[in-house]
Design a protein around this ligand. Sequence first.
Ligand code: SF4
Length: 475
Amino acid sequence: MTHIAGFDRSQLLLLPEVIDDYVDPENPVRFIDVFVDGLDLAAAGFARVTPEKTGRPGYAPGDLLKLYIYGYLNRVRSSRRLEAECHRNIEVIWLLRTLKPDFKTIADFRADNRKAFRAVFRRFVVLCRELNLFGRELLGVDGTRIKAVNNKDRNFTKNSLEKFIKAVDERLDEYLKRLDEDDATEAGTSGSRTKNLAEKIEALRTKRGRYNAMLADLERSGEEQISLTDPDSRAMAAYTKVGVGYNIQIAVDAKNKMIVEQAVSNQVVDMGLLTQTAEAARDILEVEKIDVVADKGYFKIEDIEACEKAGMTPYVPRPQRGPAVREGFFRKDEFRYDAERDAYICPAGQVLATRYESKLRNLKKFDYSNRAACLVCAMRSRCTKEYRKVSRLENEAVLDRMAERLKRRPEILDTRREIVEHPFGSIKQWMNQGAFLMRGLDKVRAEFSLTALVYNMRRAINILSVGELMRAVRA
Ligand code: SF4
């Protein structure tokens, strides 16, 4: 018995005569071809759709777009690797009809058309909507951080710069002191030690000058951070382990866990991004009303109110934060607001009706209390150190309504996790796209548009088939 043997390499084979025979009818590359051919690339914003009348002919943007979609679908994102695939990969040879653009042409295409990729992503979303791949009832909104081309050591905040300057000043003081001592003792020596110290002092002064200039830049611009390699990137919250990166927001339809809307920003936190992400998704889904679920990182009264006003029904759990939670006292949700009396009822059944008005951001804020009741309360040790104040914003009824909805539908929070973990898990693990290759907000937006497009494309192909998708595009 022998193993299965291949052909002798020098043996003459009767290969099929057309490249098309090498590409299976259900190969996704066939859908990429049909999909891109069906796009209005000029309307999407691609440059050089109409060839120049004079000069050396360039590659058609459609061909380069096909190459990128193929590459992202197959975890090949760098322009040099895409160039290599044009020479050795039969699917790419088929897709590009043996064209072999060099890496610079490939890279320039992505950089020059950075704003057009979003339109391609949205066109595919519309196709999925037409194919009923979206349930259009529930959206999960979530954010993740994707690493930028910027090392943590090349990112500075005002605090870190002040610390570095302080450390440099201390080191300078030490060197200057040693220099004085050496001046007194080095008479008759070569002076090499003094020269060394002088060089170190000079280097430290240069460093200090750089830190000072960055600090002045931050103060002038009003920014919180400065990144040297990719100036648009920002240090994200430490627990994400991403370091310096970008904040990716997605709105995912619950039916097939497909991305309806995506946006990349350098905002460090998710708070305040709910309505803009969900509203864009609602618009493209062409529905009047839709439920939106997000995690507690999105809990911001103005945003939740805007979401309701836009016709959406938000579900965002209230985060347990604030001094009472830190001290282990009764949480705010253990107090009940009585709208008729305009007062809170505390866990001891007392009415907190005394109202003190102040401001929070642009909102009116009221503190409710009942000092006399607290001072004689048997439960005071579990509630407050002196007397308890419960704050309420002028429009907090919106949060009460949302709390009621969440009480009736608590399982929606588990559904949220299932909806949004699928795309982020797939993108970072399966698609291996946990770091951007390009620098600058516009360019990483182009990258993520491609990432989200191919995530959706993979889902659609798995749910339907290449043949069905091709028929839909041609219809
Ligand atoms: S300390 Fe005041 S607010 Fe707290 S339970 Fe007692 S009476 Fe109510």
